[in-house]
Design a protein around this ligand. Structure first.
Ligand SMILES: [Zn+2]
Length: 144
């Protein structure tokens, strides 16, 4: 039962007593009921205002969240664009290990070495980016 409903209930009980409103005790009782009535109304008004404030705060929080997402996303995009050339930790090229089929992420430095060990199975991976070279038909002769 809400506070306002409870006050109405108490008022109804008091009226049911058919008290003499001219008696001093009854005046005190009626004054108290009237005060309860006002307080209950004030409280319910405050509750609805607090709820409104909460809704507004949620809306502000959501807006701020999406602003933060946009802000940090664009920051990261810019960093990605510039880091590809300079940051050797970045994933510059991907190869699939023929032995375990693990996708291995190569940095530019590793790519220039021409080979590396698969971090998953240890298989030596070789990669040749000189695709202009017709090495398919004419394998390179190595003089050992
Ligand atoms: Zn492997």
């Amino acid at each position: 039962m809400k506070n306002t409903e409870q006050v109405s209930y108490i008022r109804g009980l008091a009226e049911g007593l058919e008290l003499d409103e001219n008696k001093k005790e009854v005046k005190v009782l009626n004054a108290m009921i009237s005060l309860l009535d006002n307080m209950a109304l004030s409280i319910s008004e405050m509750e609805s205002k607090v709820n409104d404030l909460g809704d507004q705060l949620d809306a502000v929080d959501e807006d701020l969240g999406s602003l933060e997402d946009d802000f940090y996303d664009s920051e990261e995009d810019e960093e990605d664009d510039t880091s590809t050339d300079e940051d050797s930790d970045g994933c510059y090229y991907e190869v699939t290990c023929p032995s375990c089929h693990e996708t291995v992420c190569l940095s530019k430095d590793l790519l220039q070495n021409g080979q590396m060990e698969c971090p998953n199975c240890g298989e030596t991976l070789e990669f040749d980016l000189d695709e202009h070279d017709d090495s398919d038909h004419d394998p390179q002769n190595s003089d050992d």
